[in-house]
Design a protein around this ligand. Structure first.
Ligand code: DQA
Length: 148
């Protein structure tokens, strides 16, 4: 199976932005950690990062992935356009945040993806991504068992 990992606005600055909140790891290192996490599994990861809402929408419209792992950055709180693209994709999608958005500024508590994702993993920095990967892989393993 193939999982498209989408990182949105400002996540290219990981490793240098707000390290107390987001951790020391760069985006390239995070992607490496994810690759290592799935290396013994039959899973392909594709990584996409953009600071541009339209580019993320274009990517979601063109993907051939089976599932989506999404950290949209601040787009998570207001981009109904990306939310619609996720819904239109009809793909199994999971939302991720490095930080605990429920214990920060109030504007971060609004999650526009809430009704189009199967779950949200947050507040554990890089481990939020690993937990989300494990969740997606476990759900697809169950599905393939049922379709045998
Ligand atoms: C974030 C949380 C968002 O509120 C913020 O705008 C980000 C990163 C996170 O991973 O914790 O850019 O999505």
């Amino acid at each position: 199976m193939k999982i498209l990992v989408v990182n949105g606005a400002n996540l290219n600055k990981l490793g240098s932005r707000d390290r107390d909140i987001y951790g020391d790891i760069t985006l390239d290192e995070l992607n490496c950690v994810m690759e290592m996490h799935v290396e013994d599994k039959d899973v392909e990861l594709e990584f996409f990062q953009s600071n541009h809402e339209g580019d993320i929408i274009d990517k979601l419209q063109q993907t051939d992935a089976d599932a989506l792992l999404l950290n949209l950055g601040a787009f998570s709180h207001y981009s109904y356009a990306i939310r619609d693209a996720v819904a239109d994709s009809e793909l199994f999608a999971v939302e991720v945040h490095l930080s605990d958005i429920n214990n920060r500024e109030d504007f971060r508590k609004l999650r526009v993806l809430e009704d189009v994702v199967a779950g949200v993993f947050m507040g554990k920095q890089k481990d939020s991504y690993l937990e989300a990967l494990d969740f997606i892989i476990a759900v697809f393993a169950q599905l393939s068992r049922f379709s045998l």
